[in-house]
Write a protein that binds this ligand. Structure first.
Ligand SMILES: [Zn+2]
Length: 223
């Protein structure tokens, strides 16, 4: 898949600013689609390493610090928001995203098949929900992430996710508040041109973008 190769090669160059930009001549929806699949895969791989530590006992609610709590509703099966534990929330969330990605009327597999008119809104909802997984990980499990020595990987994935989100205005500002400071530091790096990594970002992605893939990136925030 051509777009995928483009993402990999630009990420390989280590410049995330360049990696998120719509390649010249490419279709915006196509670009949103291929990246959405990637970001979903990254977040689910990251969360899966924490699953044994994120339990109904440790995380009875889906929170992002003390000020933010999320309730689940998908608008179809669960219309009124329900309070569930963080692992249950993430399970609902990931299952919901997976169902969207698998729906050919939303994410057409064949090149040239039109995307639905509300495609961008749907992508925005997916991003808003993926952000909550990051917010929960940073607020509730960062100690464990450090123990597992995954912080550089987490930071790189989140930085890439944030830069893409900002480039295409995919999440409302109020929704980003739980990680506002972190995002600000990413923005500073962006504007200050400090985002050129010293080490090339290594990624190992299978060609089938709809499969769960192990995405490895090695890099940390500029402090
Ligand atoms: Zn948790």
């Amino acid at each position: 898949m051509q777009l995928k190769r483009h993402i990999d090669s630009t990420l390989g160059s280590g410049n995330l600013r360049e990696a998120v930009r719509l390649p010249i001549g490419e279709d915006l929806n196509e670009w949103l689609a291929v990246n959405t699949v990637d970001f979903f895969n990254q977040a689910s791989v990251l969360y899966s390493t924490l699953m044994e530590f994120c339990t109904p006992a440790t995380c009875p609610t889906m929170s992002a610090g003390q000020k933010y709590e999320y309730r689940w509703a998908d608008g179809v099966k669960i219309k009124r928001p329900i309070e569930v534990s963080a692992p249950k929330y993430v399970e609902y969330l990931m299952d919901w995203i997976e169902a969207q990605l698998d729906d050919e009327s939303i994410f057409p597999q064949k090149i040239g098949t039109p995307f639905p008119p509300n495609f961008r809104d749907l992508v925005k909802t997916i991003f808003k929900r993926l952000f909550r997984v990051y917010a929960h990980i940073y607020h509730s499990h960062f100690q464990m992430i450090m123990k597992l020595k995954e912080e550089a990987h987490l930071n790189t994935c989140f930085k890439h996710f944030t830069m893409f989100t900002l480039e295409f205005r995919l999440i409302d500002k109020a929704e980003l508040a739980p990680l506002g400071d972190l995002i600000e530091s990413i923005m500073l790096g962006w504007n200050g041109g400090a985002l050129i990594n010293k080490e090339p970002v290594k990624r190992n992605l299978r060609s089938d973008s709809r499969c769960k893939t192990e995405a490895k990136c090695q890099e940390s925030f500029p402090s």
